[in-house]
Design a protein around this ligand. Structure first.
Ligand code: AMP
Length: 209
């Protein structure tokens, strides 16, 4: 099962992914997580990506496409994957389709998790994320309920940067909704509800496939 999760930053893609991993046993591949690890390790990629990330801008397509063609060639992705935060531009989506088609594969389901921007701004300003496992929680949680790691606020979750990330989403990533609708694999899910309800619809959409 090859799944793409679409949705603005803070729509709940990571939270839904955590559950999907448990249910379907396929890897969760988040470009944001891979890039943050590269920044923390100070790799060449991390050094190139950091300025864009701090500003809430997209990292250039060529860097992301190279990174993801390596990641999707790993053995654990052979039986399927959940992509979170990738693709984010139509150029990335086209490159992904081409890489999959070369192996006789394609995207089975693109889930658009939809949440009003004002709700997202509130969610992200109180979001805290685990340094170890990436679990997303709220400012009430100082210790990760999933692995015991330290919860922290991402620099790019501050309001000014969030507004820019949403503008970038609207301009560059929202067009992917039409892209995947055209491919006949798009399912829209109302993400402005309790996590369990969103997950029930998410799972139903995937199982329908
Ligand atoms: P995320 O954790 O998905 O919100 O990503 C955090 C930041 O990483 C984004 O604001 C971008 O700067 C960068 N990033 C993550 N995924 C991509 C992508 N597919 N294309 C370009 N930049 C990305």
């Amino acid at each position: 099962m090859n799944i793409v999760l679409l949705g603005a930053p803070g729509a709940g893609k990571g939270t839904q992914s955590e559950r999907l991993v448990k249910e379907y046993g396929i890897p969760h591949i988040s470009t944001g997580d891979i890039l943050r690890a590269a920044v923390a390790e100070g790799t060449k990629l991390g050094k190139k990506a950091k300025g864009y990330m701090d500003a809430g801008e997209l990292v250039p397509d060529d860097l992301i496409i190279d990174l993801m063609s390596d990641r999707l060639a790993q053995p654990d992705a052979a039986k399927g994957f959940i992509l979170d935060g990738f693709p984010r531009t139509t150029a990335q989506a086209a490159a992904l389709d081409a890489a999959l088609a070369a192996n006789g594969r394609s995207i089975d389901c693109a889930l658009a998790i939809e949440v009003p921007f004002e709700v997202i701004i509130k969610r992200l300003s109180s979001r805290r994320v685990c340094r170890q496992c990436g679990h997303a929680g709220t400012e009430e949680e100082t210790v990760c309920p999933s692995c015991g790691g330290e919860m922290y606020q991402r620099d790019d979750d501050r309001e000014e940067t969030v507004r820019n990330r949403l503008a970038v989403y609207e301009k560059s990533t929202a067009p992917l909704i039409d892209y995947y609708a055209g491919a006949g694999v798009l399912v829209r899910v109302d993400g402005n509800r309790p996590v369990d309800e969103v997950y029930a619809d998410t799972k139903a959409a995937i199982d329908r496939d």
